[in-house]
Design a binder for this molecule. Structure first.
Ligand SMILES: Cc1cc2nc3c(=O)[nH]c(=O)nc-3n(C[C@H](O)[C@H](O)[C@H](O)COP(=O)(O)O)c2cc1C
Length: 252
């Protein structure tokens, strides 16, 4: 069984690829899944995977919330792994995951990371198409290696943490403390299509007078910015001039 969260498709791509290769079920982590609070039945030989992007060297808050309330029925020490996607480095993101799974008596055995295109458009621009192609072609090779380790149920630590991974507690604190909804807005280009509202995994976007407003618990995945066909969704002063990104299969 694969539980995944993805804002712009990098992590979803990996989840799909692993699912295609292992034939295992796939569950999207979102507010609706948390509200349903289902119990997931794990087969005797099934692997359990968690796939998500790195945010400020930590796990997306929605992923942490989902795992904290996760009920697994039939878990008897089956193989558990996690894959995270990142733009530069993953920090100590997996320490936190190990810790919260441990509280649930679940042991994390395979820890993997894949460098993909950085979608943090509120901080800097997206790399150009050629660089994207190089990064994503390299990522494919890494994903194939990781899939073969997952299939072998390898006890592995295959992840680039980065030289300043030690700052993780600080970045995690800052990420969790920030109210992410404050600086989002829709420009006059917004045609009220509601795509951002429909697509928000956190249910943090609601239409008021035909325009979106951001409120409540936003995990800061930036899907609303990258997905808007009008490029009408902005965050603060700097996103207007920057590109948008959605994972697409790279050409060779
Ligand atoms: C809020 C936010 C914070 C991020 N923080 C980091 C980070 O600390 N280190 C890093 O290498 N990439 C960081 N990134 C980049 C993403 O981890 C990366 O682009 C990821 O592959 C996106 O996955 P997705 O397409 O599945 O949403 C961040 C992106 C966002 C939106």
């Amino acid at each position: 069984m694969i539980f995944y969260f993805s804002g712009t498709g990098n992590s979803k791509h990996i989840a799909d690829k692993i699912a295609n290769s292992t034939g295992e079920r796939i569950v999207s982590i979102c507010e609706r899944a948390i509200e349903k609070n289902e119990t997931y039945e794990v087969g005797e030989d099934e692997r359990i995977g968690f796939i998500f992007p790195v945010y400020w060297y930590s796990m997306p808050t929605i992923v942490e919330k989902f795992i904290n309330q996760l009920n697994l029925w039939g878990y008897e020490k089956q193989y558990v792994y996690a894959v995270t996607t990142y733009g530069i480095a993953a920090g100590n993101v997996m320490d936190r995951l190990t810790q919260i799974l441990k509280q649930k008596q679940v042991k994390l055995s395979g820890v993997f990371g894949v460098k993909m295109v950085d979608n943090y458009v509120v901080g800097y621009d997206i790399v150009d198409i050629n660089k994207q192609r190089i990064i994503l072609n390299n990522a494919e090779l890494e994903i194939d290696k990781i899939i073969s380790m997952i299939k072998r149920r390898a006890n592995a630590q295959y992840i680039k943490k980065g030289v300043i991974a030690f700052v993780t507690p600080v970045t995690r604190y800052a990420y969790r403390k920030t109210d992410h909804t404050k600086k989002f807005f829709a420009t006059q280009q917004c045609n009220g299509c509601k795509e951002c509202e429909r697509g928000c995994p956190c249910n943090a976007i609601h239409m008021r007078n035909g325009k979106p407003v951001w409120e409540g618990e936003c995990t800061f995945c930036l899907k609303c910015i990258h997905n808007c066909r009008q490029s009408a969704v902005q965050y603060g002063k700097f996103t207007a001039k920057r590109s948008r990104y959605q994972y697409k299969e790279p050409s060779q």
